[in-house]
Design a protein around this ligand. Structure first.
Ligand code: ADP
Ligand code: MG
Length: 449
């Protein structure tokens, strides 16, 4: 997990700030729609464009989504939270400030359980979750010497989810982001789509000698895939170790990850000079939540990945690792449960994880677009369980199912793959074959082996 430098062992310390776009039809303080990929500037209300005299009105659904997320992160829900203005100039921020939460976020301390490859788990602390508006987008590639501004994204609701510096290497960062994404998707509060930017991560990295206090961190901004986040950590930690071992010091700074080059580099210092002058937004009253409202949302939470994993381990006697793989996506877990119902759950798990996920990966489709339905995979498992076909033949049958979409039984009949287990029938068949080769049998018996 650590790094072996020229002068000994170093530990990597990471904390993540994840921006997760809330699933909601309308923006945080306006009724404008939030659909991804719409024509530029077609989803902009007067509030989003910061026209004079416009007032923000809080979207209750976005608040409920943030509370649901807090509950899913086993976090404290703050019954009173405050919206602040975070002031800065940027062409895609017409108001000159972003409405965010600073001193009183809606959600306080919580936790996320990491599922590690060896089947063990580790708890990562969540520091806070706050609500804020997204900014618009500057488009630099539409014209050779002009920049365009698209305000469709301006005012869209984000949750900023801040972790404690509890992560200890790129693998854990990967596990954390995947787990957080999984929880958000189960809750339906964020679609977790990193390519479309609805989940983005700022990765804070520092290194230290084991047991020493935390070192100075660098923040790598806006990383947009789990793989890039892991690469950024690897590169950045190595850079810091090399610098320290050469007698240098780490400057706290904001850096960018260049995915083409696989390296991090400093942003221009102007972009990182922070003087946000936060103050409570005079247009918005403190946000108060009733206990009833919070409890109602708690009662309506779905079964979340950790609980489902525990249930899979006890109900289906699965290994923790396999259970973790199956529950990562709700749809995968539902598919598995259909296959496992009334069948050997371990055999079902092997087929879903080993064969089905492999085939889906190759095709690059999610389980919801699987060419083999859960019923049909269950049918295949039945044919193995009742010895109609062997496990080896079943792999060929499965490959055919993936190609043709036909059920297993039809393929077995069509290709005459039925396995014979009646020993009487097998002996009769052998006798028949031997009778047809009387000469060779006699040869053999005569010692010509
Ligand atoms: P800021 O408000 O300047 O962004 P925070 O103290 O809120 O700073 O921390 C932001 C993120 O940086 C958090 O996710 C936190 O866990 C992480 N972090 C803080 N100190 C360190 C450190 N020494 N090394 C790595 N990450 C750190
Ligand atoms: Mg920060």
């Amino acid at each position: 997990m650590g790094i072996q430098g020229a002068t000994g062992e170093w530990e990597i310390v990471i904390g993540c700030e994840v921006h997760a776009q809330i699933v909601s039809k309308a923006k945080l303080f306006s009724g404008a729609p939030t659909d991804f990929g719409a024509e530029p500037n077609t989803q902009v209300s007067l509030v989003d464009a910061a026209m004079p005299g416009m007032l923000p009105v809080i979207n209750g659904e976005c608040v409920r989504q943030a509370v649901r997320t807090g509950l899913g992160l086993k976090a404290e829900i703050n019954r009173v939270s405050i919206f602040d203005r975070k002031n800065y100039f940027y062409p895609d921020l017409p108001a000159g400030y972003q409405i965010s939460q600073w001193t009183h976020p809606i959600v306080g301390k919580g936790e996320v359980l990491l599922d590690l490859p060896d089947g063990k788990t580790r708890t990562v602390g969540i520091t806070r979750l706050h609500l804020e508006q997204d900014a618009g987008k500057s488009l630099h590639d539409q014209h050779p010497n002009q920049t365009y501004v698209d305000l469709n994204r301006a005012g869209v609701a984000l949750m900023e989810i801040v972790s404690e510096p509890d992560l200890r290497g790129s693998e854990e960062v990967g596990a954390y982001l995947r787990k957080l994404r999984s929880i958000l998707r189960y809750l339906g509060t964020c679609d977790g789509n990193m390519e479309e930017g609805s989940m983005r991560c700022d990765v804070n990295v520092s290194v230290r000698r084991p047991g020493e206090p935390y070192g100075t961190r660098c923040e790598i901004k806006n990383v947009n895939s789990v793989r890039f986040a892991m690469q950024a950590v690897e590169y950045e930690a190595r850079r810091q170790v090399d610098l320290l071992e050469d007698g240098g010091t780490i400057r706290q700074e904001t850096r960018l990850f260049d995915s083409a080059k696989g390296e991090t580099r400093p942003m221009r210092s102007k972009e990182e000079a922070h003087d946000y002058r936060y103050f409570p937004d005079p247009d918005l009253l403190p946000l108060r939540l009733s206990e009833d409202c919070v409890e109602e949302l708690r009662a309506a939470l779905p079964e979340l990945p950790d609980d489902k994993k525990e249930r899979f381990i006890t109900e289906y006697s699965l290994q923790p690792y396999d259970a973790g793989v199956l529950v990562a996506e709700q749809e995968n877990a539902a598919y598995y449960e259909k296959v496992a119902k009334g069948r050997d759950p371990k055999l079902a798990a092997n087929w879903v994880i080993g064969e089905l996920f492999g085939a889906l990966n190759k095709k690059g489709v999610p389980v919801t677009a699987s060419p083999v339905s859960a019923e049909d995979l269950g049918g295949l498992v039945d044919l193995i369980a009742d010895d109609t076909i062997s496990g080896r033949i079943a792999k060929d049958v499965f490959a055919e199912m993936v190609e043709t979409g036909k059920p297993a039984a039809a393929i077995v009949e069509e290709k005459g793959l039925r396995q014979v287990t009646d020993t009487g029938a097998i002996e009769a068949a052998i006798a028949q074959v031997l009778a047809g080769e009387a000469e060779k049998v006699a040869d053999y018996k005569g010692g010509n082996r």
